[in-house]
Ligand binder design. Structure first.
Ligand code: GRF
Length: 220
């Protein structure tokens, strides 16, 4: 949701390594990319994602879940932090918490997540291990809007990778991760250009965006 040359403000929530955050930061540094990371928040003090953000001068904050009485109060604090920084799109990037309905409502239709499977296959934790154990021949990555379920929101982009007979969880994860790093900036760009329309479960990619118009026309 940007108009003119004002970049969309991204808020990235991450709990760990932050390689997707890094891919987003690098995309934002490219000329003409229509978004900027304006806040990174983590629920883990030692998350590498916080270091990556600070290294590029992005405000990064650890918000300790133990400082709050319940999940609702914690998520409210996150929403306040993101709103105070002018975040227009929330990007979950390895954030190991399920958002409360209060958070999802506050940013309805403006939260993306990346998941290391071809959803709806293998939601939840250890998706790559699930794929190997199931014996699928094709795996992949999904960027989707976030609703109140676990990895259940409307799919924005997906990309497939082969599963090789000798794959380990590590080798398959690395192949999928490369796709995540490509897909997530692409999805953010489409959102920022106003080209994504949520129509029920489907996300329609418009050929041309309408600058300044709402990027999504359904509530999540
Ligand atoms: C990625 O595999 C992502 O799909 C999943 O968590 C992992 C985060 O990795 N949701 P990173 O912290 O971005 O490196």
């Amino acid at each position: 949701m940007t108009s003119g040359t004002t970049p969309l403000g991204l808020g990235v929530l991450a709990s760990g390594r932050g390689s997707n955050l890094q891919a987003i930061l690098e995309a934002c540094a490219r000329p003409g990319f229509p978004a900027r990371v304006v806040a990174v928040v983590s629920d883990r003090e030692r998350a590498q994602a916080l270091d990556r953000a600070r290294a590029t001068g992005v405000p990064a904050r650890f918000v300790n879940p133990k400082d709050f009485p319940d999940r609702e109060a914690y998520d409210l604090a996150l929403v306040r932090e993101l709103q105070a920084r002018g975040v227009g799109l929330v990007c979950l990037a390895g954030f190991m918490r399920i958002l409360t309905s209060g958070f999802v409502r506050a940013y309805a239709g403006r939260i993306l997540n990346v998941h290391p499977s071809l959803l709806p296959a293998f939601p939840g934790l250890a998706a790559q291990r699930q794929a190997l154990e199931y014996g699928v021949k094709v795996a992949g990555a999904t960027v989707h809007f976030v609703d109140e379920g676990v990895d259940t929101g409307p799919v924005v982009l997906q990309s497939s990778v082969p599963v090789h007979p000798d794959d380990t969880e590590e080798s398959l994860s690395a192949r999928i991760l490369a796709e995540e790093h490509r897909l997530y900036p692409d999805a953010i760009r489409l959102f920022a250009e106003g080209k994504l329309v949520i129509a029920g479960r489907r996300v329609v990619v418009r050929a041309a965006g309408r600058p300044g118009a709402a990027a999504s026309e359904a509530s999540l």
